[in-house]
Design a protein around this ligand. Structure first.
Ligand code: GTP
Ligand code: MG
Length: 150
């Protein structure tokens, strides 16, 4: 187990459907610590860079259109095994395959508009955090339950 940082984005549908509170609550419940958070409209070039691995795929243009269509919330989340943990809490990419109890399983309606993004590896997490945040925007602090989870 290791204390890692992961990058999470609540996609446009989350704000428009007023799901922010319910989704943040699930992340907090899992002993994950938010160390950076901001509301933003993603410029197209940043969206294209973020999803660069999917360039050339048929779903790439609509994916970029979607995540630039309205504001998102971006976050850095820290915790033991946070990368795998948040991917598990987020659920499968296709909401039809996402289990009930996962964020996508409970809130997403289509693969294209699946409400949350979470980094899929240590390398992606570092790359995505650097794309969206400056080092000084990451804020370290202690939470009272830390002694129970290590
Ligand atoms: P992210 O956390 O958003 O990166 O999703 P993921 O890691 O679960 O999936 P992946 O990186 O493979 O795909 C990125 C995004 O592209 C997904 O969240 C979907 O919104 C979209 N996507 C992936 N596969 C498909 C597909 O087959 N069809 C469509 N329409 N969209 C897709
Ligand atoms: Mg992905």
């Amino acid at each position: 187990m290791s204390c890692e940082r992961t990058f999470v984005m609540l996609k446009p549908g989350t704000l428009e459907r007023r799901l922010v509170g319910r989704i943040l609550e699930r992340l907090e419940n899992c002993c994950l610590k938010i160390i950076a958070l901001k509301l933003m409209r993603i410029p197209r070039d940043l969206a294209e860079e973020h999803y660069a691995e999917h360039r050339g795929k048929d779903f790439y243009p609509p994916l970029i259109d979607y995540i630039t269509s309205s504001p998102v919330i971006v976050m850095v989340i820290e915790g033991e095994n946070s990368i795998a943990k948040v991917r598990k809490i987020a659920g499968a990419t296709n909401p039809m395959e996402a289990l009930p109890g996962t964020i996508r399983g409970d809130f997403a309606l289509t693969t294209k508009k699946n409400v949350i993004h979470a980094s899929d590896s240590l390398e992606s997490a570092q790359r995505e955090i650097n794309l969206f945040f400056k080092e000084e925007e990451l804020i370290d602090y202690e939470v009272p339950n830390e002694k129970w989870i290590r």
